[in-house]
Ligand binder design. Structure first.
Ligand code: TTP
Ligand code: MG
Ligand code: MG
Length: 382
């Protein structure tokens, strides 16, 4: 019943904006360089044709550092630091203004290069993507090296990649060996390699949550994994506590959502106590209908209709199953969603207690694009 192991990569470009600038000004390679100036910090051409670069010490103003090369980071200069504060740490660092058109250009180039090797890509911003490598043939290490080489050939830039069974772990791992890194990790390596890391390394544990965790004496991901979920629930509420617990054990079943397949909309809920499909039938049914109603409202609000309705169940042993059903007619109707989800539920094993129930609508279309759909007669619905 457990899904076969996936192979998911997270790829993030190294010091992205700064590295693009180094392509234009290769003479700056090896120097501390900071992006964050204004147009007056554009390099000036001297009468002899050479370029005169601004230095961080020339900066006056209230701006922040956008990013910096690893040489500047060695001096303590990082993204989001006040530029004048950075100037105290690294007065001789070169300062350049940002050129977003170039960054977008190189962003498109590196993503296209990856797509020639692995087409299932989810955009995660200008300099990072998730890649589903599950069905791409080849050894994991070789695939990782091929991806890096393709990015380098297409752009002249380096990136760092994490490859693990899910997005959560891969996002953590792409950072572990930056720059120019490749980190491959299996679930069995979580205690040794993930648990020693600070809790805030988990994407989804922000500054507020990590501060709150620290106050509870939970500092590392391992501390979190060892914490009783009931204790977490007292302090963070059920849903987030449950997610914290799963994340600390490296569990994450989110799919890589490519742009070509329209993304999905989903609603899920973790029960206050585990529910039995038979004995708690009434309450389960009520929760189920409520989820479908909310999902229908989400679709309505976004002007979407869905052709695929799915459910997700998590059992008391934390295993998950999903089931889905294609509809003959795309819908955003709560009753139709409830019927389809009910059909999915009948196809799922219900012999264990349930901790979580979710409903998902995918294969989404804009309602306006679908236009008037002729309703099939009742018999054709089945
Ligand atoms: P990041 O991938 O976070 O950083 P990076 O690529 O510069 O460095 P790293 O090697 O650690 O990945 O962000 C990508 C780009 O997004 C970065 O080059 C500049 C921009 N950015 C901001 O504009 N503001 C910020 O606070 C951060 C963190 C990044
Ligand atoms: Mg980056
Ligand atoms: Mg990034």
């Amino acid at each position: 019943m457990t899904a076969p192991a996936r192979r998911i990569a997270h790829l993030d470009m190294d010091a992205f904006y700064a590295s693009v600038e180094l392509l234009r000004y290769p003479q700056l390679r090896g120097h501390p360089v900071v992006i964050g100036g204004r147009s007056i910090h554009q390099p000036a051409t001297e009468p002899d044709g050479s370029l005169r670069f601004s230095r961080l010490r020339d900066y006056v103003g209230r701006g922040v550092v956008t990013t910096s090369t690893y040489e500047a980071r060695a001096l303590g200069v990082f993204s989001a630091m006040g530029t004048m504060k950075a100037a105290k740490l690294a007065p001789d660092a070169i300062l350049l203004p940002a050129d977003f058109d170039s960054y977008r250009h190189y962003s498109r180039l590196f993503k296209a290069a990856v797509a020639t090797i692995a087409p299932r890509i989810q955009d995660r911003g200008i300099d990072e993507i998730y890649i589903d490598l599950t069905d791409v043939p080849g050894e994991t290490v070789e695939l990782g090296l091929r991806l890096k080489a393709a990015v380098r050939d297409a752009t002249g830039l380096t990136c760092s990649i994490g490859i693990t069974p899910n997005k959560l772990l891969s996002k953590i791992c792409s950072e572990l060996d930056k720059p120019d890194g490749l980190t491959i990790l299996g679930m069995e390596e979580i205690p040794a390699r993930i648990w020693p890391l600070a809790a805030r390394k988990i994407n989804g544990i922000g500054p507020k949550a990590s501060e709150k965790l620290a106050a509870l004496n939970i500092h590392t991901i391992g501390d979190l994994a060892q914490t009783d979920p009931a204790f977490l629930q007292e302090h963070f509420g059920l849903g987030y506590a449950e997610w914290l617990h799963a994340a600390s054990h490296g569990r994450d079943d989110r799919p890589v959502e490519t742009d070509s397949e329209t993304k999905s909309v989903s609603r899920e809920t973790t029960f206050e106590r585990n529910l039995d499909a038979k004995r708690d039938r009434a309450i389960l049914s009520e929760i189920f209908t409520d989820l479908c109603n909310r999902l229908a409202r989400d679709l309505e609000r976004k002007g979407l209709v869905s052709k695929t309705i799915g459910i997700k169940l998590r059992y008391d042993d934390f295993r998950c199953v999903t089931r889905d059903l294609s509809l003959p007619v795309p819908t955003a109707d709560a009753a139709a969603i409830r019927r389809a989800a009910g059909e999915c539920l009948r196809r799922a094993p219900l012999d264990r207690k349930l901790r979580l129930l979710g409903v998902r609508a995918s294969t989404l279309l804009l309602k306006d694009e679908v236009g008037e759909v002729e309703m099939p007669v009742q018999g054709e619905l089945l």
